[in-house]
Design a protein around this ligand. Sequence first.
Ligand SMILES: *[C@@H]1O[C@H](CO)[C@@H](O)[C@H](O)[C@H]1NC(C)=O
Length: 345
Amino acid sequence: MVNRKALSALLAGAAVASAQCTIPTTPPPTTISDPFRAQVQNASRPEVHNKYLNLLEAGGGDRHLFIGPVGAPTYDLTLVDGVINHVPNGVRAVIGGEFSEVDHTTKLFMTGRGDDRAVFEPTYACNPDTDELQVELRFVTWQNQPTGGHICVRHAFDGSHEFRYSPPGNDLIDVDRECIKVTLVVIPTDPNNIPIPSTTLTTVTVPATTAPVATSTHAPGEDFADMTAAGWSFQGCAPEERWATDGPFRTLTGSMTGSDTMTNEACMAFCDGLGYAFAGTEWSRECWCGNTVAPTRQPATTLASLAACNYKCTGDANQNCGGDAWLSLYAKCPTGGPCENVVFV
Ligand SMILES: *[C@@H]1O[C@H](CO)[C@@H](O)[C@H](O)[C@H]1NC(C)=O
């Protein structure tokens, strides 16, 4: 166990005390229970250097790992015996699946299932830019596989990079999307400056006395943001793949964005600007756009079905932005035509 204050003090002290980074003689512990962000470093590759690991919710409760703009910034990672954990979602970093023939890399992601873990060894090193002491997570092994290899990132979609494992001795390169070798670095989360962590929103409970839902503007049970003034009608609370059995695809497959200031207004404006027919908010901070909704992903029209979309928006605690793998789904109203929300009974 390493105490956050102790770790921060050690890092800060080392930076101040000497112009030259001094490596402590005792290595850092393999369990870091105070929250941190994971930074990616490769000083010769500015397109990825000093960027942070984001989590993107995927099917079955898994979380996929990206360097932005895809995914949610994550400030509450921990390390348990060398394995990166994200406790709020009950997931840990594993390697497996999506093997690429071209460059022989395999996906690194997070899951609660029993896949073979990625094992790291925390190691003190000097920051390549500032020469300050930092804790790096040196990749040791893919559990039950030979020791060695490294973690790399390669182009995915929407300008993001995804995380991959490259086995020992591998020198194959996909010329279309080279997997850039990176070092993962522990950046302790400043307890005095914690942005709204995406994950703790799942546990936000609002005291009954503050009654944040504007009952004066919603009929009883109609706990959704009315966007008809902006030309969008509320369709209901629509399931993502986790709650459906029709395949591993997103309910809205067009574009997506996420932010710490998400509102339904911001999401509708985003999807409107791209010309989409459907827009939906999810998991407090995500916005998804698409032009169709599969019959298997249509929301129910019961009042009870709205309960799954009760996550407060990161940008406005008085409105709901979907739920955990549930979309607050809106449809663009025809220009000049009627614009009415679905009636829930
Ligand atoms: C940066 O990435 C390149 C390409 O993968 C790799 O050859 C190099 O070793 C990396 N540098 C560091 C410091 O990891």
